[in-house]
Design a protein around this ligand. Structure first.
Ligand SMILES: [Zn+2]
Length: 274
């Protein structure tokens, strides 16, 4: 059987929160349990969102957890010198160009506010589909002419600032890193479906269709609310400073995965199974 290849792919747009860490531990534990390979990938495509202190937070957290990574950067310097997504822009842009050549995209000039007013619950209703705005116009996003994913119709593939969207960068990287198994939060399920559609259209990305994608529930706080980076109390940087911090994280893994509570990160591969 082919070796499982997976990745941990944090975005350095804020301090990691416990949800990011629980995901990373489950990815790592499953990979170790089945003799797989784990790549660390830094999803830093948007330079405005990415800050060095958040990158440092990622490496400190990996050290604190004590998990071993098989490939990828091991320091901020290595990200800056070789592993940043900035170095892979050409590959993302090539996929966008393929979609343009296929006539699969349209330009959308809608503002967030217009989208919120036009669709139900913020879902884009395809307002600009028939407006024939030039794809080369300024201040437009490019969207896929495809509304088959109900939660994410006409997905944006290139942002107004010209950057490729998350779906594109993550998909291209997963293919180039030969990823075979992905574990991500349920909030990314629509994105997974969109990525599969794009993979079907672009010959060089076809292997992504066979990637096994598992979605897990999101970690909630005591009140059942989704945790987000804006809520400082769940920053891992605070947990790292307390003696019970690792215990809190292991408890969260056990609660989310429904597995026995273990005493050490290194016991996780014996209880995490997908
Ligand atoms: Zn529009």
């Amino acid at each position: 059987m082919k070796m499982l290849r997976t990745r941990i792919a944090p975005t350095p747009s804020g301090y990691l929160h416990i949800g990011n860490v629980v995901n990373a531990l489950m990815v790592w534990a499953h990979a170790r349990a089945v003799g797989g390979h784990v790549t660390l990938r830094i999803d830093d495509l948007d330079p405005q969102m990415s800050q060095v202190e958040y990158l440092e937070d990622i490496f400190r957290t990996i050290d604190w957890l004590g998990i071993d990574i098989d490939a990828g950067p091991s320091s901020v310097l290595e990200v800056e010198q070789a592993w940043s997504q900035q170095y892979r822009r050409a590959a993302y842009d090539a996929v966008l160009q393929t979609l343009v050549d296929q006539g699969a995209l349209f330009a959308c000039g809608c503002t967030r506010r217009e989208i919120a007013l036009a669709g139900s619950s913020g879902v884009y209703p395809g307002t600009c589909r028939d407006r024939r705005i030039s794809l080369d116009a300024t201040d437009v996003s490019l969207r896929l002419l495809d509304d088959s994913v109900a939660q994410l119709p006409f997905p944006v593939v290139r942002l107004k600032n010209g950057l490729p969207a998350y779906h594109i960068a993550s998909l291209v990287d997963d293919v180039s890193m030969d990823i075979t198994w992905i574990l991500r939060g349920a909030d990314l399920e629509p994105s997974s479906l969109v990525q599969r559609q794009i993979a079907c259209r672009v010959p060089g990305l076809a292997q992504f269709v066979d990637v096994e994608i598992v979605h897990h529930r999101l970690i909630c706080d005591e009140r059942g609310e989704k945790l987000s980076k804006s809520r400082g109390a769940t920053d891992v940087r605070h947990l790292r400073e307390t003696s019970e911090g690792l215990g809190v994280v292991l408890e969260a893994v056990s609660r989310l995965h429904g597995c026995p509570l273990v005493a050490s990160v290194h016991d996780l591969p014996s209880v995490i199974r997908y």
